[in-house]
Write a protein that binds this ligand. Structure first.
Ligand code: AMP
Length: 120
């Protein structure tokens, strides 16, 4: 059984958080340390520690994460100029919280995606 993170408390509204959206499958809230003018986290309501543990039965929640990201980007007024969706996995990916989450970042030009990695 995977260990709960602070994100489970956020989903259950046990700690004060700026929740922007919640339904039966996903929850979205502002990142506590924003890296851009818009920085929202979208997470499944059930605990999946990393992308490595994603199963076919999670596909509905993961699809919902993207449709909610698009809705929140439109609401934030950043859809037309564009934004970035990021999911980090494990140590090399820079994952800090072991409850999968999609970062929705935008509101300004974001620059190269990988600090020189994979750039031509
Ligand atoms: P990652 O490095 O992909 O695991 O990202 C974890 C993100 O969670 C970071 O951007 C943190 O700022 C954010 N975070 C951690 N705790 C909270 C919290 N209580 N409320 C909102 N965002 C949080």
């Amino acid at each position: 059984m995977a260990e709960e993170t602070i994100f489970s408390k956020i989903i259950r509204r046990e700690i004060p958080t700026d929740i922007l959206y919640q339904d039966d499958l996903v929850t979205a809230f502002n990142d506590i340390h924003p890296q851009a003018p818009t920085h929202i986290l979208i997470i499944p309501n059930h605990l999946i520690p990393t992308c490595n543990e994603v199963k076919a039965s999670d596909e509905k929640a993961l699809g919902r994460m993207i449709t909610v990201a698009a809705k929140l980007a439109a609401e934030a007024g950043i859809a037309e100029n564009g934004y970035r969706l990021i999911m980090n996995c494990n140590q090399h990916g820079g994952q800090e919280v072991y409850h999968i989450h999609m970062h929705l970042v935008g509101g300004e030009p974001l620059g190269p995606i990988l600090n020189g990695h994979l750039q031509n």
